[in-house]
Design a protein around this ligand. Sequence first.
Ligand SMILES: Cc1cc2nc3c(=O)[nH]c(=O)nc-3n(C[C@H](O)[C@H](O)[C@H](O)COP(=O)(O)OP(=O)(O)OC[C@H]3O[C@@H](n4cnc5c(N)ncnc54)[C@H](O)[C@@H]3O)c2cc1C
Length: 345
Amino acid sequence: MSTIEEYDCIVIGAGVQGSFTACQLAKQSRKTLLLEQFVLPHTRGSSHGQTRIIRKAYMQDFYTHMMEECYELWAQLEREAGIKLFRQTGLLVMGPENSESYQLIKNTLQKNKVPMAILNHDNFCQHIPNVNLAVGNGAVVDLTAGVLYADRALKTVQGQFQKLGGVIRDKEKVIDIKPGPVVTVSTSAGVYRANRVVITAGPWANRLLAHTGLQLPLEVVKINVCYWKEKVPGSYDVKKRFPCFLLTEGEETKDHIYGLPSNEYPGLMKICYHMGSETDPDQRDKQTDRSDIDILKRFIARCFPGLVPEPAVVESCLYTLTPDDHFVLDCHPSYSNIVIGAGFS
Ligand SMILES: Cc1cc2nc3c(=O)[nH]c(=O)nc-3n(C[C@H](O)[C@H](O)[C@H](O)COP(=O)(O)OP(=O)(O)OC[C@H]3O[C@@H](n4cnc5c(N)ncnc54)[C@H](O)[C@@H]3O)c2cc1C
């Protein structure tokens, strides 16, 4: 007869949120199990890919404040693991000068004294070559921002977790959660018990929460992750510290557009539309909407004259959205020993 393993904490989902949570729990000497449905590493959730933007440029002060601690935690992980995870490039924010989102971001940077540069139409080209600033658009640069090496970060934090005695079981899908003072978690391979459970299942959050009688207003969308070819290789290269960028929503686009300097595929810059079409996380390949790519093509033809306005590579990733676009980080309303982290896109 198989025995039931006991832990202080079980974290369900080994994406960026679950893996960092598990590592922090292990640092606090909690006996922790991290469960993942797929074989690690995998590309079927939200955390895969080589790069992500990190920034202090947000519309709300509280995110800018949180980022202080966040940058410190990233630096700490780099020191502990002896690996480089962050490259400072700055983030160029462009948007209609009088639009609410652009003004909010600019104000947040100014109010919180974040190192920044305000550009105008006269000095823009000198600082940001190969980009056209649209008439009526303003531009500021969050100088603290940059690129996080996402896949490398995930591998690193999972490694640190294991060094601290944490246990990772991948290829183990959680199929049932029985709440109680001690929570019982059943997977495709075994049964575990813990005093506390953290659910960080990304796009699958509601599937797991259903076992606890809770559903959150989450929408899962597929994002087309597009890479665009440089006409002259190196024009938008991370090594030359070409910045990440964000175009806030305006007349041209309902949602914002963002991009990262060429890195993972030499000579290709990643530029995406910050919205996609609804999908079931297990059926995402059936979602074939590419209307976002048409928006991106028009934007690139107008603003990035050094890129071929036709994507050279299109990959996919999932966003999990809440109605107000802020994430959910809370205890379960009925079971205080179940913690939920969801809707991080
Ligand atoms: C294209 C794209 C670009 C982005 N760019 C940025 C950016 O520049 N900057 C930024 O800050 N953020 C960015 N994000 C957002 C960021 O990547 C996400 O917020 C983050 O990856 C969410 O991580 P997560 O751990 O919540 O979800 P996930 O990575 O999806 O992890 C959830 C995990 O739970 C597992 N799981 C689910 N159900 C079960 C089960 N029953 N049993 C066991 N395991 C299970 C899944 O397999 C998965 O591995 C971007 C996202 C995308 C898609």
